[in-house]
Write a protein that binds this ligand. Structure first.
Ligand SMILES: C[S@@+](CC[C@H](N)C(=O)[O-])C[C@H]1O[C@@H](n2cnc3c(N)ncnc32)[C@H](O)[C@@H]1O
Length: 213
């Protein structure tokens, strides 16, 4: 077994032993260890949240004074103290549904969105960036001024353009890859600090890299 496969198995085993629904939970745990976004009382919206590993961890970290809402096109099995919703983040009505369930604005947006992959890397990259742009469009309506966000990104030819647009919307954008993310996968995470509502025009329209699937 290759080292990378062994590591993948190790996280999968650990997730099972700890009753987490996905090995992805360790990526969020490692990101949070470095950036401390999940605190007691934090209000979180997790976009592309199924099966719910990140939701399980977020719920533990924010405690009873916080709020955790997870949305996905797939149904998410209930988790205590978490609001789970079904919706497509590319649709306006999903943003309205999230606003209805959010008490005011969120402190933190999480997005681990992944489209159905074709195996044609550049195509999958464009689809994933397009989807993540929709998550940023939702962020603009849901996140409070100076709030934070984390977005998964499949790297490819439009990554630098996307990161440059993100720097208009957040004061600081850091690129990171947690240890639990497989080395051979080209996913990275953007850790975005201090949301600036006034600079969000680039994410208002639908004209960026739209892929017809
Ligand atoms: C990698 S999984 C997320 C894993 C999750 N972070 C966890 O810890 O269990 C990516 C999710 O994005 C969801 N997704 C893809 N397109 C979506 C869309 N348009 N709207 C909402 N969710 C979407 C998929 O259904 C999938 O469940």
């Amino acid at each position: 077994m290759k080292l990378a496969d062994a590591k993948k198995d190790q996280y999968r085993k650990l997730a099972k032993e700890s009753n987490y629904r996905s090995r992805a939970v360790f990526k969020l745990a490692q990101l949070n260890k470095s950036y401390h976004f999940l605190k007691r009382g934090t209000k979180v919206v997790d976009i592309g949240a199924a099966p719910g590993g990140w939701l399980q961890l977020a719920s533990k970290m924010v405690g009873p004074d916080g709020l955790v809402i997870g949305i996905d096109i797939k149904e998410i099995e209930p988790i205590s103290n978490v609001i789970t919703l079904i919706g497509d983040i590319t649709e306006e009505e999903t943003i309205l549904l999230l606003q209805k369930n959010l008490d005011g604005k969120a402190d933190l947006i999480l997005s681990d969105l992944a489209p159905n992959v074709s195996g044609i890397w550049e195509m999958d990259h464009l689809k994933q960036i397009d989807l993540t742009r929709k998550a940023v469009r939702a962020t603009i309506k849901l996140l409070r001024q100076n709030g934070n966000a984390i977005y998964k990104v499949f790297q490819g030819e439009t990554t630098s353009e996307f990161i440059s647009d993100m720097k208009d919307v957040f004061l600081e954008v850091l690129i990171t890859k947690p240890d639990a993310s497989r080395k051979q996968s080209s996913e990275i995470y953007l850790v975005c600090k201090k949301f600036k509502l006034k600079n969000s025009q680039k994410f208002d329209g639908d004209n960026h890299n739209t892929i017809i699937s």
